[in-house]
Structure formats: structure tokens, C-alpha cells
Design a protein around this ligand. Structure first.
Ligand code: DX5
Ligand code: ZN
Length: 236
């Protein structure tokens, strides 16, 4: 399980995305960034929900053996219900399904919690926040996609800053506390902007594993996010 939002006091946490790592050297890549990150983001793509393929539960199980970092599993798949138990058994700490991938979101969230994982829901850039209205009380994490899912290294969609700000306000208005995770085009500049908008879990793939020095890149994103967080506290 991931810590709850209130247990972290909303402090920004860095979630390197393995999608951009060298898959032939996953354990070494994780070793490089482990001291600059809290959560490893694992992108699961099935070639149907998104036009790309990644890996399944056996690979996640080996990643679980290679690290003590929390494993955050982003399910970009059709029929996510088929994959909850296999990924939970493989060692997932969170299971995040797309609101666009199911008509039974509340059942999925409950099943994920019953499996002992943190339930999360993801939303594509073109999907309105109103689609999340009923599911929010049942999840501990909302993943706001800041690119269209499927590939690393895409450009940040800046309109998602307003979406994150609106979502944080909805949480405050309804007395709900959930992590707001952002994913896509996150670097040290956009991380700071997203933290100021209300995000606290920052996924970054290309900006970390595409850098010459992944540990330094992760440290810079962390520093930038932490100083943006300090700024938001100072203005309260
Ligand atoms: C995209 C994935 C992301 C991806 C982000 O569909 O969900 O997690 O790794 O990559 P960057 O940070 O390169 O935009
Ligand atoms: Zn992702």
C-alpha cells in the first residue's frame, strides 16, 4: 500500500517511470535512482487501450525482488478487472485503472482495496473531471494524465494545470483527501507548476531515465517540487 495522502502531509513524492529505462538493465537502472525517489511507476500497456505494449505480472514480480521502493502500477489496459489479482500477487502496492476503461469503477476500486493495494483512478486529457464525481470517495489516488497515454517523451499539455487545480478544489470542497498524481511531460519546470496547482505525486520517465545522469535528474525534479511545495505552504 502507498501511504495515505494525509500521512504524507501532501509533500511531493517522486515516481520515476520505468517506461523510459533500459529494459535490459532494469535492476541497475532502479539502483541508480533509488535514493532520489519514493515510488516506482510501472506502466502496463496491452496494445488495445493504448497503441503500445509493455510487460505483465512476471516482470513486475522480478522488479519486486529487485527493490524496496513502492510499486505503483498504472493499468493502461482494456478489461482491467482481469489484471487486478495477478498484479497484486506480483507485488503491486497500488493499482490504478483508467476511468475510460470500465463501466464498473466502484467495483474495481473495492476489489483493489480488498487485495490489499491502494486503489487509484486515472483520467485522460480529453475526459472531463465530472466523470470522476461518483468514484472519488472510493479511491486514494487520482492520476491526471498530462499527455495521452501510450508513449514516453511526449509534450506536456499545459491545460492540465487547470484540471489539477480544479480537482484539488473539488477534494477540499467535498472533504476528500486523495493523492493527485500527474504523468506525462513532467520535468523540473512542469513538476513545480503541477505542485503549485495541487499535485503531489510526480511521475517522470524521459526526464529521468533519458538524462545522462538519472540520479541527478531525479534529484533536480525533487528539489524543484519541494521548493514549489514550500512556496504553496508560505502562501496559505
Ligand atoms: C505514458 C505513461 C507515462 C510515461 C511518461 O503513457 O503513462 O508513465 O512513462 O513518460 P514521460 O515522463 O517521458 O512523459
Ligand atoms: Zn504512467
Amino acid at each position: 500500500m502507498l501511504p495515505l495522502f494525509h500521512e504524507t502531509a501532501g509533500r511531493p513524492l517522486i515516481c520515476p517511470s520505468l517506461l523510459s529505462c533500459d529494459f535490459a538493465r532494469i535492476a541497475e537502472e532502479i539502483e541508480l535512482i533509488k535514493d532520489q525517489a519514493e515510488i516506482l511507476h510501472c506502466d502496463i500497456m496491452d496494445g488495445h487501450f493504448v497503441p503500445n505494449l509493455t510487460f505483465g505480472p512476471p516482470v513486475l514480480a522480478r522488479i519486486r525482488q529487485a527493490t524496496n521502493l513502492l510499486l505503483d502500477v498504472h493499468l493502461m489496459v482494456d478489461q482491467p478487472e482481469a489484471w487486478l489479482e495477478p498484479f497484486a500477487k506480483a507485488g503491486a502496492d497500488s493499482l490504478v485503472f483508467h476511468i475510460e476503461s470500465t463501466v464498473h469503477s466502484q467495483r474495481l476500486a473495492t476489489q483493489i482495496r480488498d487485495l490489499g493495494c491502494t486503489p487509484g483512478v486515472a483520467i485522460n486529457p480529453g475526459t472531463p473531471l465530472t466523470d470522476l464525481t461518483e468514484i472519488l470517495p472510493f479511491v486514494d489516488l487520482v492520476l491526471v494524465m498530462s499527455v495521452n497515454p501510450g508513449f514516453g517523451g511526449q509534450s506536456f499539455i499545459s491545460q492540465m494545470l487547470d484540471k489539477v487545480q480544479s480537482l484539488r478544489q473539488i477534494g477540499l470542497d467535498r472533504g476528500l483527501s486523495f493523492h493527485i498524481q500527474v504523468d506525462g511531460g513532467i520535468n523540473k519546470r512542469t513538476a513545480a507548476q503541477m505542485v503549485k496547482a495541487g499535485a503531489n505525486l510526480l511521475v517522470a520517465g524521459n526526464a529521468i531515465f533519458g538524462a545522462d545522469d538519472p540520479a541527478l535528474a531525479a534529484a533536480e525534479i525533487r528539489q524543484s517540487a519541494q521548493s514549489a511545495y514550500a512556496d504553496t505552504l508560505a502562501t496559505i
